[in-house]
Design a protein around this ligand. Structure first.
Ligand code: IPD
Length: 265
């Protein structure tokens, strides 16, 4: 097995255990235990417990690696492998018991994501990818949508937690919605990216994502044939993530650039 495949195998086994813990804790009932950037940006006890479980399992298996996680940060030290973790992506869905929330775990080597897994913990649906090795949902190899006309495209997006940012994002969407088939706000960026990989969404974009939101799903989308970029020649990051098949990417990119989608607060 090559290194990426080994890292993926570990990621999958740890993410499955993490997903099981998330669903068990969901069945016991969930409440927000704290807020982060705004009053609607919540953390549940499960976010923390799941992140701790992943950290413990990774430390046991590979003590020299570091972990950069949504809840406890870290991952700034030099190490052969940096794991990037969102213990529960789609925390608001989790809080409301909407069955779309994921454990997202990626392995980065020398600053490049080489393996990633996203598991919708509510359904067990599992997406994986290794760099150069393709993207899969279970055993099924994934390929992005063949849509070439932005006017026919179903486009996913999301919104940040701060009111000012959401207002800017809503203005961008107002400019976009007349040029696409329709929009979906599913509530978990990692899953949105995997749906682009499957062709269930034709494209996806969002401003304000953190690395743990898009590291694993971005690799899954790219390995399924999507272009995953930022705006105006930038890498995907906090200012913008666009994931779309090459035929749609330029159309969506240019419209988002015109609408100043990476601007605003
Ligand atoms: C959020 C979700 C949501 C996206 C937000 C993210 P979280 O992550 O991925 O879909 O629109 O930008 O912050 O807070 O549930 O881990």
């Amino acid at each position: 097995m090559n290194q990426s495949a080994e890292l993926l195998a570990l990621a999958v086994s740890v993410a499955r255990a993490a997903g099981d813990l998330a669903t068990r804790m969901r069945a016991d009932g969930v409440a927000a235990v704290a807020t982060k950037s705004t009053a609607t940006d919540v953390v549940t006890a499960a976010d923390r417990a799941v992140e701790q479980l992943v950290r413990d399992r990774l430390r046991e298996a590979r003590p020299g690696d570091v972990v950069f996680g949504e809840e406890y940060g870290g991952g700034q030290e030099r190490a052969a492998v940096r794991w990037i973790l969102d213990p529960i992506d789609g925390t608001v869905n989790y809080l409301y018991d909407i069955p779309v929330y994921a454990v997202s775990l990626a392995a980065e080597v020398d600053g490049v994501v080489v393996a990633g897994v996203v598991i919708n913990a509510a359904t067990g649906r599992e997406w994986t990818a290794t760099l150069g090795g393709g993207a899969y949902c279970g055993d099924r190899r994934l390929r992005v949508s063949g849509e070439t006309d932005l006017g026919q495209a179903l486009v996913g997006t999301g919104f940040g937690y701060a009111a000012g940012r959401r207002l800017h994002q809503a203005r961008v969407l107002t400019g976009l919605i007349g040029h696409i088939r329709d929009v979906r706000r599913i509530g978990a960026a990692s899953i949105d990216l995997c749906l682009v990989a499957e062709g269930a969404l034709d494209a996806y974009y969002e401003k304000g994502l953190n690395p743990w939101d898009h590291a694993a799903g971005g690799l899954v989308a790219a390995e399924a044939g999507a272009l995953v970029t930022g705006l105006d020649g930038n890498a995907p990051g906090v200012d913008m993530v666009i994931a779309a098949p090459p035929a749609l990417h330029a159309q969506l990119h240019d419209l988002l650039s015109k609408l100043d989608a990476s601007g605003g607060p």
